[in-house]
Design a protein around this ligand. Sequence first.
Ligand SMILES: C[S@@+](CC[C@H](N)C(=O)[O-])C[C@H]1O[C@@H](n2cnc3c(N)ncnc32)[C@H](O)[C@@H]1O
Length: 396
Amino acid sequence: MQIEKLDYYGRGIAKVNNKVTFIHNALPLEDVDIKILKESKKYNEARVIKYLKKSPDRVDVKCKYYNICGGCNISHLKEKLQEEFKENKIKELSRFIDIKDYNKIEYSNLYNYRNKIVIHIDKDRLGLYKNKSNELVEIDKCLLVNNKINDVIKVLKEVIKNELNLKSATIKLGNITEEVMLILEGVIEDYNMLLNTVDVLIINNKVVTKKDYIISIIGNKKYKISKDSFFQVNPSITEKIYNEIRNNIKKLNSKNVLDLYCGTGTIGIYIADLVDKVIGIEVVSDAIEDARYNKKINNIDNIIFKLGKVEDKIKEIDINIDAIIVDPPRIGLHKKVIEVINKIKPKNIIYISCNPNTLVRDLKLLENAYNIEHIKPYDMFPNTYHVECVCVLNRG
Ligand SMILES: C[S@@+](CC[C@H](N)C(=O)[O-])C[C@H]1O[C@@H](n2cnc3c(N)ncnc32)[C@H](O)[C@@H]1O
């Protein structure tokens, strides 16, 4: 059968007996034989058992765990097609809302871009979980992460030959500084080999190194990152996004700005010199502590941070706000947050989103009062179906 197009997750779509069928690892115009994996009333899921005709847009995937570990899903697409796939996802939003202007996607390196990985450990085996399961897929390295992280994985593999009671390892890397944080869960007796490899070692919440944080540099700003603080995973794209936000804040001539879901205060700090005042709100206490430290090390004094849920803390804002920056997790904005934004009536909103579905839901609730001036996609997560974007709204 012939594949018609790609679905939201990068799977091929074809009709089998008139029923929509989502086929893993199949590209438009490919001719394939399939095996149905799952049947439901409305659709089927299938995998390819034979390629009768392959697409010229298909590439051989370098990773030996592709389609096994569940990390990547569109590596078999040529780079150009990956970008088109993500751009189209954003363009599709115009079926639901009026967007004045679309920008082209910003590319990133296809490989070695990630600064963080979570590894699962089972006795002397380590790796990633199969998609939607707890089944371990053993790996030597991951092609998406920075090679400094792969070096740590190599050492960990040696360590677990003797230490059979570790459960998981999270590795984080600071941009430019290349400082490494390793967070272990489980039991370990001898961790000397690891002390020579990482800058920060935390075992079951206990810090065993002198330092308990790493520093990451984006543009001309330094950021402290602690164990539980969020940090964007792709530093080159992060810098591009933060520069776009900076350019917009400059152009819009904003004075008082809210930075909602502020993490370690990164965006607010990046734009603070352009405005009178920034207020950041974030729910993770480690991240707010980092944000306050980051304010000091970047010599900024016109920013304050509030710890708590945005939906609760935003009600306490009692100054005039002209711009609101929101960078929520995948679930998007809480309804209460949109209600308060509609009361605050900022002139501009800059919405950074990693989920087009929740973005469009939220934009629909704002579109009565705001024009969606432009939207720009960023390839924060190459080889996966995910896309990040920045959306600028002006009060109508
Ligand atoms: C996508 S991250 C953005 C962080 C930051 N803007 C940056 O660029 O690094 C989302 C952040 O929202 C925080 N968060 C999630 N739900 C929240 C809520 N209800 N209220 C406040 N912060 C929340 C998370 O802890 C995380 O730091």
